[in-house]
Design a protein around this ligand. Structure first.
Ligand code: GDP
Length: 300
């Protein structure tokens, strides 16, 4: 099945109708743009992003590039493809590495977003490239979180730094700093800090994340978001942007997302790139996010 199946089939149907036409009238273009607009709104894409997207598609579809095209319908599909790539992040940067290792990556997001799982995926992916990541367990809120990170570390075959009983227990900022110091001392070249989330945005959680950020000065702060929450992702992302000023986004649970609302909204709303996608519960269900490939998969 194509990525974001429901959205994908809506768009494909729209283009099927268009393909029966030769030259396109302004009414044809408007009809198509209306269909695209409806498809995106049903996919739970943020209204501002939808307006911007359809405005650009309409302007280009009424312009010369379509008028002069041998196959105008095909040209419109091409324009939608290009605008999808743009809204997903265009030609974006990859993960930033520190000049002087270790590269410190902090994960932030709501409880259940998939942070702990992602820590393992990221670590395994980095290990596969010859790096030596150290996982640091700073989610001291959820009773099982440290144990869960230990399991994930073992599956990924990487090291973990967790608070010793009596030393830093209950103080995630202290654990984060100790973890980075441990990485420096033992020459791990990446540190991945797992932090505590809550079920909803919460001032205490945000303060803690912000304190960990200040204490460890990460090269990347990755905001981990469950794509299944659709447009609610936007409000959550804005709260985290204000609270911790993240540098990149990781979309999780893309495997279950038929609509794509979060994926298509988040870059436009936060201005931050989606760097990775998580596509299942297994540690290998993980990929770098490529806007062009994602757009092709939507229009497949
Ligand atoms: P955390 O609270 O943010 O640390 O979230 P967890 O890493 O504990 O993940 C919450 C649940 O989501 C777990 O049951 C994971 O197995 C599951 N999960 C995480 N990522 C994905 C994903 O990409 N796809 C699916 N289907 N499940 C996922």
């Amino acid at each position: 099945m194509a990525t974001f199946g429901t959205l994908s089939s809506r768009l494909t149907d729209t283009f099927k109708n268009l393909r029966t036409k030769g030259k396109l009238s302004a009414a044809d273009v408007d009809g198509t743009v209306r269909e695209i607009r409806r498809a995106l709104l049903e996919a739970d894409v943020s209204l501002d992003v939808v307006k911007d997207f359809t405005g650009k598609v309409r302007e280009r579809a009424l312009g010369d590039e379509v008028n002069r095209a041998l196959n105008p319908a095909q040209q419109v599909v091409q324009i939608v493809n290009e605008e999808l790539v743009e809204v997903l992040g265009g030609d974006q940067r990859r993960l930033q590495f520190a000049k002087n290792p270790p590269t410190v990556i902090m994960l932030a997001g709501l409880q259940g977003a998939g942070k702990t799982t992602l820590a393992g995926k990221l670590a395994k992916w980095l290990k596969g490239q010859g790096h030596t990541p150290l996982l640091v367990a700073c989610d001291l809120q959820r009773p099982n979180a440290v144990t869960q990170l230990g399991v994930v570390a073992e599956q990924a075959g990487v090291a973990i730094f967790a608070p010793e009983p009596g030393n830093g227990v209950g103080n995630p900022v202290k654990v984060a700093k100790q973890g980075v110091a441990e990485a420096r001392a033992k020459q791990y070249d990446f540190v991945i800090i797992d932090t505590a989330g809550r079920l909803g945005v919460d001032a205490e959680m945000m303060q803690q994340a912000s304190d960990i950020r200040k204490a460890t000065n990460p090269d990347e702060v990755l905001f981990v978001i469950d794509s299944l929450i659709g447009q609610d992702a936007v409000a959550t992302a804005q709260a985290f942007q204000e609270g911790v000023d993240f540098t990149g986004v990781v979309l999780t649970k893309l495997d279950g997302d038929q609509r794509g609302g979060a994926a298509l909204s988040i870059r436009g709303v936060t201005g931050r790139p989606i760097l990775f996608a998580s596509t299942g519960e297994g540690l290998d269900d993980f990929e770098q996010f490529h806007p062009d490939r994602m757009a092709s998969r939507i229009l497949d």
